[in-house]
Design a protein around this ligand. Structure first.
Ligand SMILES: Cc1cc2nc3c(=O)[nH]c(=O)nc-3n(C[C@H](O)[C@H](O)[C@H](O)COP(=O)(O)OP(=O)(O)OC[C@H]3O[C@@H](n4cnc5c(N)ncnc54)[C@H](O)[C@@H]3O)c2cc1C
Length: 393
């Protein structure tokens, strides 16, 4: 039987890759530790760019196995079909079983295509690169017609703008309960709205889609909006694997963690990224790339501290921006307080578009740097007084 401590990372997205690279770099010379990374695909999915894939734009080929070369981490391509948190095993593709001593769970989240009837059958989603490529193909063949983007959150806004810019021949309707950019300050929100108008996106807020049909969406109240294509961006769905594993999850299915990112029910499991319910002073964090990467780095550092017989430290994170692309040449960047509420300062136009592109392109070079210099991944805003932990009274 192996005496090596086996760290298994499932899900190589923004958070899982941060954990994998950070760990691989920190335990490179240790013979008593081995690291395995499992992901559904060899290619890293740039979720931040899936609206670009959906409009036929070619992305860089980012290979996970190539990035892991030279580290002692092993890559396993496969789909995780079960986790047994008591037996400490993970089932891959229903046929292989991997045992772990420590698990990093980073399976992310997807838009919820199950809550409204007809979405699974008639709508497209941006839940994977394959989904986005299917939509790109459909849009390229459409010629004319109406695309309804359901969900006026940031993914909906970015997708509607991108489709309108790339396909001026199509009518794009953005439907949702909230005003686009609702969490921004008034000026940033007004800019975002005028950019959508300029691109010809018809915005209908206060609209709740209750059914998706083959050629329309039905709204609460009975009205139908004709649609040749529907893109669903609304809601968040978590993999059912965490709950089925017996891990304590919140009402959305996210793994509830303690302050150090360990599962409150199974401390050998760390949860990172969208899959984790992490409480800070301002509330439970919502999933983003900007917060997901720090969770992965922190989990890795905590695991190494524990292996060295030291206590892991509490995780602290404060949000600092919300960058939203509006096609390839325009964007709004709303700067935020650590609790994600909007500050007065924001950027718009080409400067914002350059900022957004810099942020979107940064994860891969960050992984490359971390591989050589793990400490370079440990810089992020800790949130100051918003996340300071007060002594219990
Ligand atoms: C179009 C779009 C634009 C976005 N823009 C922004 C933005 O500008 N800024 C921002 O901060 N956030 C943005 N987000 C949100 C951001 O992408 C997520 O918060 C982020 O990807 C979460 O990282 P993660 O590592 O937790 O999950 P993911 O990046 O989703 O990674 C999860 C990984 O696990 C794999 N996986 C899942 N299930 C299994 C399984 N059963 N077996 C094997 N592998 C599995 C997936 O294939 C994936 O590789 C955007 C999202 C979308 C869809």
């Amino acid at each position: 039987m192996s005496t090596q401590h086996h760290i298994l990372i499932i899900g190589a997205g923004y958070a899982g890759m941060s954990a994998a690279i950070q760990l691989a770099a920190r335990v490179k010379r240790r013979e008593d530790v081995r690291v395995t990374v499992v992901n559904g695909q060899d290619r890293f999915t740039e979720r931040l760019r899936l609206h670009m894939t959906a409009t036929g734009q070619q992305l860089a080929e980012l290979s996970i196995p190539e990035l892991l070369e030279g580290t002692n981490a092993q890559f396993v391509r496969g789909w995780v079909t079960a986790v047994d948190a008591d037996a400490k095993t993970v089932r891959i593709d229903d046929e292989r079983i991997l045992h772990y001593d420590t698990l990093v769970y980073g399976l992310g989240s997807v838009a919820d295509t199950t809550a409204v009837p007809g979405v699974e059958d008639h709508a497209y989603a941006l839940n994977s690169a394959q989904d986005a490529a299917l939509l790109a193909d459909r849009l390229a063949r459409l010629g004319s017609g109406t695309v309804v983007v359901a969900g006026s959150g940031l993914t909906g806004v970015e997708s509607a703008a991108e489709i309108a810019e790339r396909h001026p021949e199509l009518n794009v309707v953005l439907l949702g309960k909230q005003e686009p950019g609702a969490a921004m300050n008034a000026k940033a929100q007004a800019y975002l709205r005028s950019a959508l108008d300029r691109l010809g996106v018809q915005v209908r807020s206060g609209a709740e889609v209750v059914k998706v049909l083959p050629d329309a969406v039905e709204l609460a109240g009975g009205e139908s909006v004709a649609a040749d294509v529907v893109l669903w961006t609304s809601g968040t769905r978590l993999s059912p694997l965490a709950a089925a594993a017996g891990l304590t999850v919140d009402e959305r299915g996210r793994i509830v963690t303690d302050a150090t990112l360990r599962s409150v029910s199974h401390p050998q499991v760390y949860a990172v990224g969208d899959a984790a319910a992490i409480r800070q002073g301002y509330g439970v964090m919502h999933g983003t790339c900007q917060s997901g990467m720090p969770t992965g780095v922190h989990a890795a550092v905590s695991i190494v501290r524990t292996l060295n017989g030291r206590q892991p430290k509490p995780f602290r994170f404060g949000y600092y921006h919300t960058p939203v692309s509006l096609g390839r040449h325009d964007a709004v960047v709303q700067f935020t307080r650590p609790d994600d509420s909007p500050r007065r300062i924001h950027l718009t136009g080409r400067m914002a578009a350059r900022y957004k592109e810099t942020v979107t392109a940064s994860p891969w070079p960050t992984f490359g740097r971390m591989k050589k210099m793990p400490a370079s991944g440990a810089f992020w805003p800790r949130g100051g007084r918003f996340t300071r932990i007060r002594a219990a009274r």
